[in-house]
Write a protein that binds this ligand. Structure first.
Ligand SMILES: [Zn+2]
Ligand SMILES: [Zn+2]
Length: 482
């Protein structure tokens, strides 16, 4: 903790003034002027208290020593175990700009757009559990400078002949890509960091530990090598696209391949050693039925990204209220033939089946975190196999899928059967084409029943998708321990 020079109580970073401020006597101090004894040394480390959740193993740190009473990662209300540790100093930090009140307001406004949000989530006391956490990122600076020589060709037709002209396009490249940043914490899902991006790096400040006072920070545990190639690829393809946009080149087909390796050579792409940076995020978790949902607000811009589950009861009530007038309207203006109704139900059955399976595929990727590079990296360390450097694969091996679906109640595919049955019955009656209309009505009723069941399952799966598996961290072998 940082002591107030006037009264000795705790100084905390105050967002509106961007200064350290004493809760007690309102004295303010510039964050750079105040240092703890150990901060004063020219050091690349600083002291923190690391809080560990006894339930999930998730860790956050703080410069304060006061007790932390809940875990932001798994949502457990429990006293976190604390220990003193040293952390490597980040190069830069973007201090919080959005106050907690502003963050709560932004979140409430976001919830208003989702009318079926469960009431527990709207609870004032729960919303107050937003916690300011600095998330660690790796920041890359890339430069491309020097002479460039690209091969190109232009084909055209004159009379009976096809001509191809070959070009050597030469010029100078002078490009800089600064502050390309990537989530450096394996506990912070890549999909969340993508949704609250971007951060405006013009606001960044040189790091000093007192910025953290009154806030928490997540530990960086993902190796910087993981994202280096991504950053280089972005620089290469952006430069390539810019060259394509040069008017004189526009109808010339560049023949040198677009692959990153050849471009890195052609453009003299150079990546500086990455820097550690910290970006501000308001973070809240909501735990239900053994799963957890996260609400995050960008602490600089106020952009909200929230997992918002749907309250099934509210949804059914809302849909019923809507269905009645629609039914009456349809009845007033159209005479609907039984065959049309049946055809429509068959179509709906296929549509719901499709939506259901799409959701299941998303759940598969999300819960296995197949696209979360940081997480995969930690997993690969745990496996002691090679570090994960390849792009994640989006295809799903069937065997994997079957074992996944049978592993948990939330992953079962039962909801697909009702739609399939509905579609099959509708198709059978349609093909048999019975004389009596009663067959059509009976089949349509059966079919709509099946569809209704699938729709309920779609909402249940939606809630699975709007929540996450409870995290389980394995923090051994972290590379951020100084
Ligand atoms: Zn004071
Ligand atoms: Zn936890």
């Amino acid at each position: 903790m940082y002591e107030c020079p006037n009264c000795g109580s705790n100084l905390k970073f105050d967002i509106p003034s961007q200064l350290l401020k004493c809760d007690y006597c309102q004295t303010t101090q510039d964050p750079y002027d105040i240092t703890k004894a150990q901060d004063a040394e020219e050091n690349d480390v600083f002291d923190v208290t690391v809080f560990t959740c006894p339930q999930c193993g998730g860790e956050i740190m703080s410069t304060d020593t006061s007790v932390a009473e809940f875990c932001s990662f798994c949502g457990a209300s429990t006293i976190l175990q604390s220990r003193v540790s040293r952390q490597l100093r980040p190069a830069h930090i973007i201090p919080f700009r959005q106050t907690k009140d502003a963050c709560k307001k932004a979140f409430i406004a976001r919830m208003k757009r989702s009318p079926f949000t469960p009431d527990e989530l709207k609870d004032e006391k729960h919303i107050d559990s937003f916690r300011g956490i600095y998330m660690p990122y790796w920041s890359y600076d890339i430069s491309q400078k020097g002479p460039v020589l690209l091969k190109g060709e232009k084909s055209y037709r004159k009379g009976d002949y096809n001509y191809t002209d070959h070009y050597d396009l030469s010029g100078q490249i002078d490009a800089e890509y600064n502050n390309l940043s990537y989530d450096a914490s394996s506990s912070f899902d890549d999909d969340i960091s993508a949704r609250i991006a971007p951060f405006d790096v013009r606001d960044k400040k040189e790091f000093t530990p007192s910025f953290l006072s009154g806030f928490y920070a997540d530990t960086a545990d993902v190796d910087s090598e993981i994202y280096k190639n991504d950053a280089i690829e972005i620089a290469n393809s952006t430069s390539y696209d810019n060259i394509r946009r040069v008017k004189a080149f526009s109808d010339v087909h560049l023949t040198g391949g677009r692959n990153s390796f050849s471009m890195t050579t052609a453009f003299h792409t150079f990546c500086e050693p990455p820097r550690r940076v910290m970006y501000p995020v308001w973070f809240m978790s909501y735990r239900k039925n053994g799963r957890v949902a996260y609400a995050t607000v960008n602490g600089q811009t106020g952009k909200v990204a929230a997992d918002l589950p749907i309250d099934l009861k509210k949804y059914v009530a809302g849909s019923a209220v809507l269905a009645v007038p629609i039914f009456l309207l349809l009845n007033l203006f159209f005479t609907i033939l039984p065959k049309t109704v049946l055809g429509f139900s068959g179509f709906l059955a296929m549509a719901t089946l499709f939506i259901y399976l799409t959701e299941m595929s998303k759940i598969y990727h999300r819960d296995r975190r197949t696209c979360d590079r940081g997480y995969l990296y930690r997993q690969s360390l745990a496996d002691e196999s090679k570090k994960q450097r390849k792009k994640p694969d989006s295809s799903v091996p069937l065997k994997d899928l079957i074992s996944f679906c049978s592993s948990d109640r939330n992953y079962r595919l039962g909801g697909a059967l009702s739609s399939l049955a509905a579609a099959a019955v509708a198709a059978a009656v349609w093909l048999l084409n019975p004389v009596s209309d009663l067959w059509y009505y009976a089949a349509a009723i059966f079919s709509f029943g099946g569809i209704l069941f699938t729709v309920m399952e779609i909402i249940r799966k939606y809630n699975v998708l709007a929540t996450r598996r409870l995290p389980q961290f394995d923090r051994t072998g972290g590379d951020d321990r100084a």
